[in-house]
Design a protein around this ligand. Structure first.
Ligand SMILES: *Cc1c(COP(=O)(O)O)cnc(C)c1O
Length: 450
């Protein structure tokens, strides 16, 4: 199996090369050049533990990593989760299940991919004998999950830029209170987009990036998407047999990575009914799935900040399939989008639909869920609870633990949600490395610390 670019102008490469590069050299996103059919395999996977299931599935995409090595990697990746099932599926009502994806070290679903990605980076560093410098920008959840994936790994230093004063205090503590020598949490003045822009500029300096073996941590790494496929299969296997084929997965969505993973498992033959893309008021994807028009707008801050996105970076992978795997058309459409032009695409004849939610409704949903079921949800997960399917079972992906977003939850329920992991952070010293908003200053800092 090889990995090709959605833009069709990169040399096919191996899984390890695609993971190390992140973005394809032609600016596109990596995808496997062939897809396994899992329809005949899934039932035999029913008795596996979560880590075993992950190893069986991921082997199909990276033959260069042996089955034994995959088992060792996935066991280690999911060892720090605080629920024995790793991704517990909880039955809330006859027709609604919660897939709790917040039992990892940073209490958000991003741990599923980033715990594994950190180990893949470490494996790569060991094999090549080179030290890696992982660099990324974050508005909160990605940065903390990436840091916890690389914590204490040999041969890896991780540098995460974030907008000073604009990430939630607990998220900053998750990044800056690790006490790990290989972690650098870097607040910079400006917005998330400014921080992201600096990261892009640094990667744009190919000589610098090569000299320090820079790896990008962002939401487009193919390993992240594949790791996220696993919990859809896991959840499907835990549903009653009668509910499986018609189930609707409801996915709080920002960059489209999570829901894309689910949709890909369906393409690979997992017999599920449908997917719902649940957005907040930053509703570019909702507008696209209802009208076929993909038009970015200004990003508005919301109660669900990890979904405050108006250009979903993983959407290009879906686009590739929507345009019949025609890379030339993908290039054309991406160029238009980059120029800020509205794009009308073929209306997807797929099993995807979309909903959106305003902040006020997020608060009401959290309050209602608490009142009706004594179940506390976080503001991202709340976006799922609208227009529920009437004729089928829904599995709602709970993407973060409510204690990560205490203010909104307290406003809605009257109680401040807590979690021991977050409580423990409150007493630890905060170690940040503030830098000015200058690419040169960040480069100098990396040079001094790799
Ligand atoms: C990142 C994140 C999302 C959005 O996930 P995408 O893969 O970007 O669609 C939703 N909820 C939470 C809590 C997140 O951290």
């Amino acid at each position: 199996m090889h990995y090709i670019s959605t833009r069709g102008q990169s040399r096919p490469c191996t899984f390890s090369e695609a993971v190390e590069a992140g973005l394809a050299p032609d600016g596109g996103l990596f995808l496997p050049d062939s897809w396994p059919d899992i329809s005949g395999k899934v039932v035999a996977w029913e008795k596996l533990s979560y880590a075993e299931l992950a190893a069986e599935f991921l082997q199909l995409f990276a033959p260069e990593i042996s089955p034994d090595e995959w088992h060792a990697l996935t066991c280690k990746a999911y060892a720090k989760f605080d629920a024995p099932e790793i991704a517990p599926l909880l039955k809330l009502t006859e027709r609604t299940y919660m897939l709790e994806l917040f039992h990892g070290p940073t209490l958000a679903f991003k741990d599923f991919a980033l715990q594994l990605l950190g180990l893949l980076y470490e494996r790569q560093a060991k094999r090549s004998g080179k030290h890696l410098a992982v660099l990324g920008a974050t508005s909160g959840d990605t940065g903390s999950a990436a840091i916890h994936g690389c914590l204490g790994q040999d041969g890896i230093k991780i540098f995460i830029l974030y907008p000073e004063g604009r990430v939630a205090p607990l998220q900053e503590r998750q990044m800056a209170c690790t006490a790990a020598e290989n972690v650098f949490a870097i607040p910079v003045p400006g917005t998330f987009d400014d921080a992201q822009h600096m990261v892009k500029e640094i990667f744009g300096d190919a000589e610098f990036a090569a000299k320090y073996n820079l790896s990008a941590v962002n939401s487009i790494n193919i390993a992240r998407v594949l790791a996220q496929c696993v919990y859809y299969i896991w959840a499907w296997l835990r549903l009653p047999a009668a509910a499986r084929e018609n189930v609707e997965f409801v996915v709080p969505t920002g960059n489209f990575g999570n829901v894309l993973a689910g949709w890909l498992t369906q393409r690979m033959g997992l017999p599920v009914g449908s997917f719902r893309v649940a957005t907040n008021k930053n509703d570019i994807l909702h507008r696209f799935f209802t009208s076929g028009e993909y038009q970015t707008a200004n990003v508005l801050p919301s109660h669900a900040p990890s979904m405050d996105i108006q250009a979903a970076s993983n959407f290009e992978r879906f686009l590739y399939f929507l345009l019949d795997q025609d890379a030339a058309r993908v290039r054309e459409v991406m160029a238009k989008m980059k120029a800020g032009l509205p794009v009308t695409l073929p209306k997807p004849q797929t099993s995807l639909r979309a909903t959106r939610m305003e902040d006020g409704q997020i608060e009401r949903v959290i309050a209602q869920m608490w009142q009706d079921w004594r179940y506390v949800i976080d503001p991202h997960t709340a976006c799922a609870f609208t227009d529920m399917a009437q004729d089928r079972v829904s599995v709602v992906l709970a993407t973060a633990h409510p204690a990560k977003f205490p203010d909104v939850v307290k406003m809605a329920t009257g109680n401040e949600p807590t979690h021991p992991t977050l409580e423990a952070l409150k007493d630890k010293p905060l170690r940040t490395h503030p830098l000015p908003a200058s690419t040169d200053a960040v480069k100098a800092f990396i040079t001094a610390n790799v």
